[in-house]
Design a protein around this ligand. Structure first.
Ligand code: Q46
Ligand code: ZN
Ligand code: ZN
Length: 304
């Protein structure tokens, strides 16, 4: 099996593009594809300051690495969620990555704000860990980016993540979520930083191969709370479809952005019209008191 672009043997076959590539051409294929995504969807420019939310996993580390390689001013923010051994190990990976590639990474501890981590918060509030974790992560990322003058907030969502979310939202016709699903979420309020997903057209497998070839040491285990998640079930189904019909995932996602999303714009507008400052922290919310402050208040009450 020869590389499409040179005489070397191919190390990977990308069925969605009908391409066989050697190591060098695979790495440049991924970097060019990310660059093309940035330009085509106008995610940001070299003047922007970009903050990437880092989990210690392959996708977020790849995002910081690739954006730096492409010459964009990028820094990372690792949020220490306080989820036992998993958080300890993922933090180690993030710190090692920062040292190895000389990339600035900030660390923010959930415990600093709440006195306890996600596991204890979920026990105290009798809520599922992911439901509090999602709210807390989104809030901290945006606040940190806003207060430290970052103009863009990037996450490492890959094509498989995006397609599984889209699939799930279509199955239950979640108009509000469908309206907000995109590679770029423009800034809709001065205190809400623009959000982008530069790896949205890179599959999970491509991302893993890229990290391994670049010797990026990432955490391979999933968060213990991800076990049994429906997103994993949907990813498996979508991989079976992709196996039979290569490039279905890419087409489903891109066609939604090109043709489908516009039908849900009304839901987006309705939400934006409702945004106003949270009575406690001043960050925009559709409620009187934002979800973050509500969780914080509950935790304080229950801890006494
Ligand atoms: S980190 Fe947090 Fe995820 Fe763990 S608790 Fe759930 S949301 S699964 S991406
Ligand atoms: Zn080659
Ligand atoms: Zn608030």
């Amino acid at each position: 099996m020869k590389c499409r672009f040179c005489n070397k043997s191919a190390i990977i076959k990308l069925r969605a593009y009908n391409l066989k590539l050697c190591e060098e051409h695979f790495l440049s294929f991924i970097e060019k594809r990310v660059e093309k995504t940035i330009k085509k969807y106008r995610l940001f420019s070299p003047e922007d300051r970009i903050l990437v939310g880092i989990s210690g996993g392959k996708d977020s580390l790849n995002t910081v690495y690739i954006l730096n390689t492409l010459g964009y001013k990028t820094e990372g923010l690792y949020i220490d969620l306080g989820i036992g051994e998993y958080s300890l190990r993922s933090k180690e990976k993030a710190v090692k990555f920062a040292r190895q590639f000389n990339i600035p990474i900030h660390i923010y501890e959930v415990k600093k704000d709440f006195g306890v981590g996600i596991t204890e918060i979920s026990l105290l509030l009798r809520r599922k860990p992911c439901s509090v974790c999602g709210v807390i992560k989104r809030y901290i990322l945006n606040k940190f980016a806003f207060e430290n003058n970052f103009t863009v907030l990037a996450t490492g969502h890959n094509l498989d993540d995006e397609v599984a979310t889209l699939f799930s939202n279509v199955l239950s016709w979640q108009e509000g979520y469908l309206a907000r699903q995109d590679i770029l979420l423009p800034q809709k309020h001065e205190k809400l930083v623009k959000k982008v997903k530069p790896l949205a057209l890179i599959t999970e497998k491509e991302s893993a191969a890229y990290a391994i070839l670049r010797q990026i040491d990432y955490i391979r285990e999933e968060c213990p709370n991800a076990k049994g998640a429906t997103s994993i079930f949907y990813k498996n189904i979508l991989n079976q479809i992709e196996e039979k019909q290569p490039s279905t995932k890419l087409r489903f996602y891109l066609d939604f952005i090109r043709k489908g999303k516009k039908y849900f714009e009304r839901a987006l507008k309705e939400r934006e019209d409702k945004l106003h400052p949270c009575k406690v922290c001043g960050y925009p919310t559709t409620r009187e008191i934002c979800q973050y402050c509500t969780i914080k208040n509950e935790v304080q009450k229950r801890r006494g």
